[in-house]
Design a protein around this ligand. Structure first.
Ligand code: HC0
Ligand code: SF4
Length: 579
C-alpha cells in the first residue's frame, strides 16, 4: 500500500499506524505515552499529533499518529504551523498540573517531558496550577521505589508493564478526568502492597514519577569519612550496561573502568559480586544434589532474585520449601566481606561498609531484610542501582568513557569464572549450575562447556541434562518475567512440573534487563541483545569457565568455609523465607 508523509511516498502494510510508518521512513514525531515494544499506544499524551488528508478528500484532520492506521492514498504532514501550535499547547497543558521542580528531580536531564518541551520550543510555562498536583500522592513507603504522582503524566506505561509483563497488577487507575491518578491496588502504600519492587515500571516511566530510592548521598558520606573502610561489589550485569549512561555503545564491557572510577572516588576495596556468584553455585549445586539424592523437596527453585522471592512470599507461600536456601551472591558477598575478608585484611567489620552496585531495585530491599542483619548490622550496608552509580560518577566529575581500565587490587574476592559472568542473563544461573553439577556427578566437565538449550529469550525454556551414567538425568526449566514465574509456580503446586531445578528471574531478560539499569527513551528493552551478547563474550574470554575451578573458591573453602553446605556455610550463606 502507498501513501505519503511530508510529500514523500511511503509504502506500508495493513494495520501499520502512521507513527510506525513515519518512524520507518525517518520522519520524527515526538511521543510520550506510546512505547512500541510494549505494544502500548493509549493516545493519552496527545503529543504525537499529525495532520492527515484522506484519499476520499476528507480532511485536513488532526489525529494522534500512534493509534491511527495509515490508509491507502493518505497524505500525512508531521510539521505544519497549526500542528506546532497544537503540540505546544498540549505540552503546556501537560506541564500545567505537573510538579515543575525539575532542577531537583531524579530524572533531570533524562526526562521525556523535558524533551518534548524542547521539541515544541517552549520558552515559558504559561500555566502552572500547583493546587492540582500538590494533592497527589507521594509514597516513599518502599525501601526500593519512590512514587511521586505530582510528576505523573498518566501515560499508563507503568500499569501496562506491571499488569501484562509482570502479571503483578499492583497498579490501578483511579478517578477520572483531571483527578485521574495511578494508584496502588486496595489503596495500600507501595511498601505493603503486592508490588515486588522489580522496578520494571521505572524503566518505562517517561518522567520522574517512578524512581529508585536515591541512596547516593549515603555512599558519598561513607566515601568522605576517613574512619570508614568502604568495600564495593558490583553485579554481573553492571559492566555491560553502565557505559550506556556515558554514551558508550550498548554492551561495551566497562568492568576495568568501573574499578578505576571507584578508586578515583576513594573506594578502599573494590571487588566483584561475580566471585560470590561462583560461591553460590557451589552452595546451590550441592543443595540440589542433596535434595535429589536424599529425597528432599523438588523441584528446587533458584533464590538469587529478590523480586522473585518477594513474589513467592506474597503470592505462593506454599512454594517456599521449594526455593533454595542459598542466599543471593549480593548477600553472600556481604557476609563474606564482614567475616572472611575482614579477618584476612585485618579490618574491624564495625568500620566496614559494604556497598553494592546492582542492576536491580529489589536488591535495596533484600539488603534490609532482618535475616541479613548480623548483631543489628546489615551485611550489605547500601545498594546503588546502575542509574544511581552513573549519577554518583557524574556528580563527582568522573566520565567513565575517558577512563583507562584497571584490575582488582585484592587477592581475596576479586577473581571469577565465565560461569559467574553469565549470571547476568536469563538462563545463566542454570547454565553455571549445570557446568558444576555435571562435574560433581560424573567426574567429567560438561562437554563443550556451553549449554545451549537453556539459552535464548523465550519466556519459559526447558532442557534435560544427561549425566552420562544415566542415574541422574536432570530436568531443568528457566523462566523470566513474573508472569512466567507465576506459570511455573502454579505448575509446581499442581504437581505438573516434571523438573528438578527451575531458574526464575523476575525481570525480563534477567538482571541485564533489571529495573535499576540505564533506561532508554526509545524502547522498553532497547539494548538487551547487546548486553546479553557481551555477557556471553565475557564467559568465552575467561580462562576458567566453571565455578568449581575458580582457585579463589577452592581457597575460601580450604581456609574458611570448610566445604559446601558445611555448618559454617549454612550460618553465613543460607537463609529462610517469610510465610
Ligand atoms: Fe543479578 Fe545476581 S545475577 S541477581 O541478576 O544470582 O541484581 O547482575 O548481582 O545477587 O551474581 C542482580 C545481576 C546479581 C545476585 C549475582 C545472582
Ligand atoms: Fe509493578 Fe514491579 Fe513496578 Fe512494583 S516495581 S509496581 S511490581 S512493575
Amino acid at each position: 500500500m502507498i501513501g505519503s508523509i511530508n510529500g514523500k511516498p511511503v509504502e506500508f502494510s495493513e494495520n501499520e499506524t502512521i507513527l510506525q510508518v513515519a518512524k520507518r521512513n525517518g520522519h520524527f514525531i515526538p511521543t510520550l505515552c506510546e512505547m512500541a515494544d510494549l505494544d502500548h499506544t493509549p493516545g493519552t499524551c496527545r503529543v504525537c499529533l499529525v495532520e492527515i488528508q484522506r484519499r476520499n478528500g476528507s480532511g485536513p484532520q488532526v489525529v494522534t499518529s500512534c493509534n491511527t492506521p495509515m490508509e491507502e492514498g493518505m497524505a500525512v504532514l508531521t510539521r505544519t504551523p497549526a500542528l506546532r501550535e497544537q503540540q505546544r499547547l498540549q505540552v503546556e497543558l501537560l506541564l500545567a498540573d505537573h510538579n515543575q521542580d525539575c532542577a531537583v528531580c531524579i530524572r533531570h536531564g533524562n526526562c521525556e517531558l523535558q524533551d518534548v518541551a524542547q521539541f515544541v520550543g517552549l520558552q515559558q510555562s504559561r500555566y502552572h496550577y500547583p493546587h492540582f498536583y500538590e494533592q497527589r500522592t507521594r509514597d516513599d513507603s518502599s525501601a526500593a521505589i519512590v512514587r511521586d504522582m505530582s510528576k505523573c503524566i498518566r501515560c499508563l506505561r507503568c500499569v501496562k508493564v506491571c499488569r501484562e509483563i509482570q502479571g503483578t497488577d499492583a497498579l490501578v487507575i483511579t478517578e477520572k478526568g483531571l483527578a485521574t491518578e495511578i494508584s496502588i491496588r486496595d489503596s495500600l502504600p507501595l511498601g505493603s502492597s503486592d508490588c515486588v519492587a522489580c522496578g520494571q515500571c521505572i524503566l518505562v516511566c517517561p518522567v520522574g514519577a517512578l524512581a529508585e530510592r536515591d541512596d547516593t548521598e549515603t555512599v558519598i558520606d561513607y566515601l568522605y569519612d576517613p574512619r570508614i573502610v568502604t568495600v564495593f561489589q558490583f553485579a554481573p550485569a553492571i559492566r555491560v550496561a553502565l557505559g550506556e549512561a556515558f554514551r558508550m555503545p550498548p554492551g561495551e564491557n566497562v568492568e576495568g573502568q568501573i574499578v578505576t572510577a571507584l578508586k578515583h572516588l576513594g573506594a578502599d576495596v573494590v571487588l566483584d559480586t561475580n566471585f560470590t556468584a561462583d560461591l553460590v553455585i557451589m552452595e546451590e549445586g550441592t543443595e540440589l544434589l542433596h535434595r535429589i539424592e536424599k529425597g528432599g523437596t523438588l523441584p528446587m527453585f533458584t533464590s538469587c532474585c529478590p523480586g522473585w522471592i518477594n513474589f513467592a512470599e506474597k503470592n505462593f507461600p506454599e512454594i517456599l520449601p521449594h526455593i533454595s536456601t542459598t542466599r543471593s551472591p549480593q548477600q553472600c558477598f556481604g557476609s563474606m566481606a564482614k567475616t572472611y575478608l575482614a579477618e584476612g585484611m585485618g579490618i574491624d567489620p564495625k568500620t566496614m561498609r559494604v556497598i553494592s552496585i546492582m542492576p536491580c531495585t529489589a536488591k535495596k530491599e533484600e539488603a534490609k531484610r532482618p535475616e541479613f542483619l548480623n548483631k543489628g548490622t546489615p551485611d550489605v550496608d547500601v545498594v546503588l542501582t546502575t542509574r544511581e552509580f552513573a549519577r554518583l560518577l557524574e556528580r563527582e566529575g568522573v566520565d567513565l568513557s575517558t577512563l583507562e581500565p584497571s584490575a582488582y587490587d585484592n587477592p581475596w574476592m576479586g577473581d571469577y569464572t565465565g560461569a559467574a559472568a553469565i549470571f547476568g542473563t536469563t538462563g545463566g544461573v542454570m547454565e553455571a549450575a549445570l557446568r558444576t553439577v555435571h562435574k560433581v556427578v560424573t567426574g567429567d566437565e560438561l562437554e563443550g562447556i556451553e549449554f545451549q538449550p537453556v539459552r535464548g529469550n523465550e519466556k519459559v525454556r526447558e532442557a534435560k541434562v544427561d549425566l552420562q551414567n544415566g542415574s541422574h538425568p536432570v530436568k531443568v526449566a528457566v523462566a523470566h518475567s513474573l508472569k512466567a514465574a507465576r506459570h511455573m509456580a502454579e505448575m509446581v503446586l499442581a504437581g505438573e512440573a516434571p523438573y528438578h531445578f527451575i531458574e526464575i528471574m523476575a525481570c525480563p531478560g534477567g538482571c541485564m534487563g533489571g529495573g535499576g539499569q540505564p533506561r532508554s527513551k526509545k524502547a522498553y528493552q532497547a539494548s538487551w541483545q547487546e548486553r546479553q551478547n557481551a555477557l556471553y563474550a565475557i564467559d568465552r574470554q575467561r580462562s576458567v569457565r566453571q565455578s568449581h575451578n575458580n582457585p579463589l573458591i577452592e581457597k575460601i573453602y580450604d581456609d574458611f568455609l570448610e566445604e559446601p553446605n558445611s555448618h559454617k556455610a549454612h550460618d553465613l550463606l543460607h537463609t529462610t523465607y517469610r510465610k
